[in-house]
Design a protein around this ligand. Structure first.
Ligand code: USQ
Length: 391
C-alpha cells in the first residue's frame, strides 16, 4: 500500500500460507484482517489506485512465476515470501523442514525465474539482522561486508560471517549465498535488507479505512517482543521476559520498514555491482529495558521466564545504518508516544485475545523444553519477578 500510494504499480503475489499457519496453530491476528480481495477493493475505493492480487506459491509454481515476470516486466520484485517466525521454525521436525523447503525454494525460484524470463528485474529481499548472530561481531556491525586479512596476508572484503540462531535465521543466511552466486554468475541485481524486529501496527495507509487494518500477532510463535509486551500490558498479564532479558536486539517501526523498502526499490544497484546490503534498523535495546519501560508506563508487572530459546543470555549490539540515512530515510526511534497507537489497538481488540497463546510453546532443544515445561505447568503468574541469574 505504501508503494502504491507513492505511485508505483503493485501486484501482490501470495499463497496465503501465513493465514493457513494461523489455522494450524489455532491462533488469529488480534486485529480482524480482511481477505486480500476485500483489502484491494477497499484500497481502490479509498485511493482510486488498483493493486492486483494473484494467488501463487512462489516456492512451487515456478512456470507461472516465469510467465508473470515475462508478462508484467516489473522493475523490481520485493521478496517477502518466506516463513518468518524463528519459534515456529524450531517447533518440530515438520516445521524445520517446511521452513527450509519453503524459504530456500522460494528464493531460488525468484532468482531462477528472473534469469529465465530475461527481464532486468531488481530483487529487494527482506533479510534479517539475525544473519550476523548475536555477540558474534567485534564492534559495530557493518552493512553486510567486512574487511579481512586472509592467512598469507591477502586483504579481502567479504560477506560478514553468518551465525544464525534458529532454522528460520539459517534460511536467511542461505538466501544470502544464493544471491551472491546469482549476482556473480548472472549479474542479478539484488538488495538485501537486514531488518531488525518490527513493532507497531498500522501505517498511514492502513489507517485510511478499517478494512485495511494490518495483522497483529501476539502469540508465542509469531508475536514479536515489543508488540507482545504492549498487548500483555493491555490485558494486565505480566510481561514475558525470557531469561535475564539481557538480549540486545535491533528495532524498527513498521512505517519505516515500508519507507526503507521503497528507498531500496528506487535505488537499485548498478549493472555489474555486487549485492547491496542495508541494515534496516533504527536502534538497539535490551529486552529487559523494553519491559521496564512498558511496566513503568502502564503499571504491569514483569515475569522472568526460563528461556525457551538457545541464545546468549546477555549480548551487546551496535549496528551501522548509515546507507539508509544517506538515502534520506531517518527512522523513528523507540518512543513512548508511538506506543499509544499500539496500545489503542490492543485495548480495542483485547477481547479477541486467547491468553493460552501467550506463553511460548516452541523450544530450541530438548534441554530447553524440559526446563521450560516444568515451569510452564505452574502458570505465568508464578514464575520469577526478578531477573534470573545469568547462566
Ligand atoms: N523475547 C522475550 N519475550 C517474548 C518474546 C521474545 O524475552 O515474549 C526475546 C527473545 O528471546 C529474543 C528477543 O526477545 O531474544 C526477540 O524475539 P522476537 O520474537 O521479537 O524476534 P525474533 O525471534 O528474533 O524474530 C523477529 C521476526 C523475524 C525477524 C527478526 C529480526 O520474527 O522475522 O527476522 O525479528 S532479528 O531479531 O533482528 O533477527
Amino acid at each position: 500500500m505504501h508503494l502504491s500510494d507513492q505511485g508505483h504499480d503493485v501486484i501482490i503475489v501470495d499463497n496465503l500460507s501465513r493465514r493457513n499457519i494461523d489455522n494450524e496453530l489455532g491462533a488469529q491476528s488480534l486485529t480482524p484482517i480482511q481477505t486480500p480481495q476485500t483489502r484491494v477493493k477497499a484500497w481502490e475505493e479509498v485511493t482510486g489506485k488498483k493493486i492486483e492480487f494473484i494467488n501463487l506459491d512462489v516456492a512451487k509454481d515456478f512456470d507461472l512465476l516465469v510467465q508473470l515476470f515475462k508478462q508484467e516486466k516489473p522493475d523490481a520484485v520485493v521478496h517477502f515470501a518466506e516463513q518468518r517466525a524463528a519459534p515456529y521454525s524450531m517447533k518440530g521436525a515438520r516445521q524445520k523442514r517446511y521452513t527450509v523447503d519453503n524459504n530456500i525454494s522460494g528464493t531460488n525460484n525468484v532468482c531462477c525465474a528472473i534469469i529465465e524470463s530475461g527481464v532486468d528485474i531488481h530483487v529487494v529481499h527482506l533479510g534479517t539482522m539475525g544473519v550476523y548472530g548475536y555477540g558474534n561481531s567485534g564492534g559495530d556491525i557493518p552493512e553486510g561486508y567486512i574487511d579481512v586479512i586472509l592467512p598469507g596476508g591477502r586483504e579481502r572484503n567479504i560477506l560478514h560471517p553468518a551465525y544464525p540462531g534458529s532454522v528460520y535465521h539459517a534460511t536467511k543466511c542461505l538466501d544470502a549465498l544464493l544471491f551472491q552466486f546469482f549476482n556473480k554468475n548472472d549479474g542479478l541485481k539484488v538488495t538485501d535488507l537486514h531488518q531488525g524486529i518490527v513493532w507497531g501496527t498500522n501505517t498511514p495507509q492502513c489507517m485510511k479505512d478499517e478494512r485495511l487494518i494490518n495483522r497483529f500477532d501476539y502469540d508465542g510463535d509469531y508475536g514479536t517482543v515489543l508488540n507482545r509486551f504492549l498487548m500483555q500490558a493491555a490485558l494486565n498479564v505480566p510481561l514475558t521476559v525470557y531469561g535475564t532479558g539481557g538480549q540486545t536486539r535491533a528495532f524498527i517501526h513498521i512505517t519505516d520498514t515500508a519507507k526503507c523498502v521503497e528507498a531500496a526499490v528506487t535505488n537499485p544497484p548498478g549493472a555489474g555491482e555486487r549485492v547491496e546490503i542495508f541494515n534496516q534498523v533504527a536502534e538497539t535495546c535490551r529486552v529487559r529495558d523494553l519491559a521496564q519501560m512498558i511496566a513503568k508506563k502502564t503499571g504491569v508487572s514483569i515475569n522472568y521466564l526460563n528461556n525457551p530459546r538457545n541464545e546468549a543470555a546477555e549480548n551487546e549490539l551496535e549496528v551501522i545504518n548509515q546507507k539508509f540515512k544517506n538515502l534520506g530515510v531517518h527512522p523513528k526511534t523507540l518512543d513512548e508516544g508511538l506506543f499509544e497507537e499500539v496500545i489503542q489497538i490492543t485495548e480495542k481488540f483485547k477481547d479477541r485475545c486467547d491468553t493460552d497463546l501467550i506463553i511460548p510453546k516452541s523450544y530450541w532443544n530438548k534441554n530447553r523444553a524440559s526446563t521450560c515445561t516444568e515451569k510452564e505447568s505452574l502458570g505465568i503468574e508464578s514464575v520469577s519477578s526478578e531477573p534470573l541469574p545469568v547462566k
